[in-house]
Design a binder for this molecule. Structure first.
Ligand SMILES: Nc1ncnc2c1ncn2[C@@H]1O[C@H](COP(=O)(O)OP(=O)(O)OP(=O)(O)O)[C@@H](O)[C@H]1O
Ligand SMILES: [Mg+2]
Length: 463
């Protein structure tokens, strides 16, 4: 009956997406054939029938006339302007294809050493972390690809990475997803709250992944969700109030981590009447949690010192105070003392730490990665046909300054930006400048950069 209303715009593209009932939000695969209305609105037969029934009874009561129709609460609540164009493609969902073809092919998964080799091109140091992640990711996708192998179920290798700020946690995950060409959602644990409170629902992490996968449910079900700042949802100590953004979020994450069917809104982070819902199974989604876990070191030290001062092997009490590798000795008990609930840690079987960056690593980060900051500046100046060089001493001076800021590799860019400002300002003034050498003196404030004219060499100028 509604064929006459059918949108003529229907095309192949349209066919790939599932229709949703505008009222009950069930997809066509559940609710049966939809009745199409203009503006891409679809209504399932059940809802249509219900609407007619309601109208009939009200009308036949005699206490309603036709104009009252438009005063019915449900009718006036629908904001017509919002349905004119319900977001086009963005709010649609790809139909599940009838014969599910494997999204990931076993043969296509790069071997762990290849994954690590690619990570090496971008991420300096963190050898252990890179190795663990490469193996974990490789195993995970093997598990996904051989879904039929049911006898021996390989368990999911969700990960927890712990490391000081700016040491490459988020960066590592971003590189990994780029390399694997799987959808990646980076969510922030700080914005999550228990359902019903102000903030994002816990399931919103899955909707983010769905968005990253172009609303393709199948693709999303093989993606990676990185939950950053996971340490910020530690159980709050000494509080009598309900801990809606801490412990409750950890509890809410449990079922996602383990694998369950979740109903998520499409194209929005919160559930409400106007957005379609879709079911996503998180069984094959790889979860990586990361956090800086400040103070965790103290918890570990306290435990180690206690152990060390008991009995036969009694040791110096402050033996671990200056140990740079103390974080590596983390145990599940330490994490629990930090405020993570045991069920939560239990679902992250792979726990590893990243090292704080040393001066030498910072120097390497400046110049070695494929997209190193130095290379970026060199390229910028090369466009002016000016060569940019850094003395080794200058790089170490920059690294030392970065170490003082205690923000990891993030400080490098800020510091370099400061020193390069003058240079980027002055160079284009004079066409004759052919080369700039950043000296240690310039960084330490005791001299200027060396400026070389085209074809000749001049002594250092004031910076
Ligand atoms: N090991 C590394 N190799 C190369 N670059 C790095 C490394 N560590 C950090 N960086 C650089 O520093 C930037 C910040 O790092 P990142 O965002 O990964 O920090 P983080 O560990 O997630 O810190 P936070 O806990 O504060 O979120 C990255 O974008 C990257 O450019
Ligand atoms: Mg981060």
């Amino acid at each position: 009956m509604a064929d006459q209303f059918d949108n003529n715009k229907d095309n192949d593209q349209e066919q790939k997406y599932e229709k949703f009932c505008f009222l009950c939000r069930r997809p066509e695969s559940q609710a049966g054939k939809m009745i199409d209305l203009p503006n891409n609105i679809h209504i399932c037969a059940d809802c249509m029938q219900k609407s007619f029934d309601t109208m009939n009874t009200q009308m036949s009561n005699g206490n309603m006339n036709y104009s009252d129709l438009f005063n019915m609460p449900n009718v006036s609540m629908i904001d017509l302007s919002s349905i004119q164009n319900p977001g086009g493609q963005a709010k649609k969902i790809k139909k599940k294809s009838e014969t599910p073809k494997p999204v990931i092919n076993l043969k296509d998964i790069p071997a762990p050493h290849k994954i690590k080799a690619t990570l090496d091109e971008y991420v300096i140091g963190q050898e252990y972390a890179k190795k663990v992640m490469s193996v974990a990711v490789y195993n995970h996708y093997k598990r996904v690809a051989t879904d039929t192998m049911d006898d021996i179920e390989i368990e999911k290798s969700n990960m927890l990475m712990i490391g000081p700020t700016g040491c490459g946690k988020t960066y590592l995950v971003k590189m990994l997803a780029k390399l694997l060409q799987v959808p990646l959602a980076i969510a922030d644990a700080t914005s999550l709250t228990e359902a019903g409170y102000i903030g994002d629902d816990i399931e919103s992490v899955v909707s983010k992944l769905l968005a990253a996968a172009d609303n393709d449910v199948e693709k999303a079900e093989h993606g990676i969700i990185f939950i950053d700042e996971i340490d910020k949802i530690a159980k709050k100590k000494n509080t009598n109030q309900r801990d809606v953004s801490g412990e409750a979020v950890q509890q809410g994450l449990l079922k996602l981590l383990e694998g369950s069917e979740v109903e998520v809104p499409v194209g929005a982070t919160s559930k409400n009447a106007m957005v379609p819902m879709v079911t996503v199974n998180t069984r094959n989604i790889l979860f990586i949690c990361g956090g800086a876990f400040p103070d965790l070191e103290n918890i570990i030290k306290e435990r180690l010192n206690k152990q060390a001062s008991i009995g036969f092997y009694a040791d110096l009490k402050d033996k671990y105070d200056n140990d740079p590798h103390v974080l590596e000795k983390v145990t599940v008990d330490d994490l629990r003392a930090f405020g993570m609930i045991p069920e939560f840690i239990g679902r992250l079987p792979i726990i590893f730490t990243l090292n704080g960056l040393t001066e030498d690593m910072l120097v390497k980060i400046l110049k070695e990665p494929k997209n190193a900051i130095l290379k970026q500046y060199q390229k910028l100046l090369a466009l002016d046909e000016v060569k940019l060089e850094f003395e080794d001493g200058a790089l170490h001076a920059i690294a030392r300054k970065a170490m003082e800021r205690h923000t990891g590799a993030r400080a490098l860019r800020a510091i370099l930006e400061e020193y390069m400002l003058d240079i980027m300002y002055e160079i284009p003034k004079d066409d004759n400048i052919g080369e700039v050498v950043i000296t240690e003196g310039y960084i330490e404030g005791s001299g200027g950069p060396k400026i070389l004219m085209r074809g000749q060499e001049l002594p250092a100028l004031e910076g």
